[in-house]
Write a protein that binds this ligand. Structure first.
Ligand code: ATP
Ligand code: MG
Length: 138
């Protein structure tokens, strides 16, 4: 299963960060006609961010389910959150916020991939909790 394969690839990185990743899949599993490689890449970008931009020991939860006839995947972490001014710009190419920055391309690529699948990638961040949600037509 796609989600399990992607998350288990992060085992060593999660251990280094002393983070636990909990996977919650809706009862009965979530089957969908999606491009598995694109979905996997988006998930990798989001999990990589939840590791790169949170303090060590920050846990995360990956959920999969269906809502209103759409598939919904979410990556939530319990890091410090993201400032409101930054949230508005996160998906711009080369935009970074905070001090532990990369090249700022991950989320721009993830959104582009979501768009190509007629999906939607959004973020909700409050202090202590950041959630990226990918919704896909199914
Ligand atoms: N889960 C998160 N918690 C806190 N900040 C985040 C999180 N995800 C992304 N960010 C912020 O959003 C910025 C943009 O993310 P993005 O993935 O596009 O770039 P990056 O991680 O800096 O670099 P790259 O992914 O290209 O290596 C990051 O620099 C970081 O400041
Ligand atoms: Mg990134």
């Amino acid at each position: 299963m796609l989600l399990r394969a992607v998350t288990s690839d992060f085992g060593p990185a999660l251990a280094r960060h002393e983070s636990q990743l909990e996977l919650r899949v809706a009862a009965g599993g979530v089957e969908a006609e999606v491009d598995p490689e694109r979905v996997a890449q988006i998930l990798r970008i989001l999990i990589d961010n939840a590791l790169a931009h949170t303090p060590p020991g920050t846990d995360m939860v990956v959920t999969a389910g269906r809502q209103d006839g759409r598939v919904r995947l979410a990556v939530r972490d319990f890091g410090e959150g993201i400032k409101r001014q930054a949230v508005e710009r996160l998906f711009e190419p080369f935009y970074t916020a905070g001090d532990n920055q990369g090249s700022g391309l991950g989320l721009a690529i993830a959104r582009e991939l979501a768009d190509r699948m007629d999906g939607r990638l959004s973020v909700e961040a409050v202090a202590g909790r950041t959630t990226f949600t990918l919704e896909l037509p199914a």
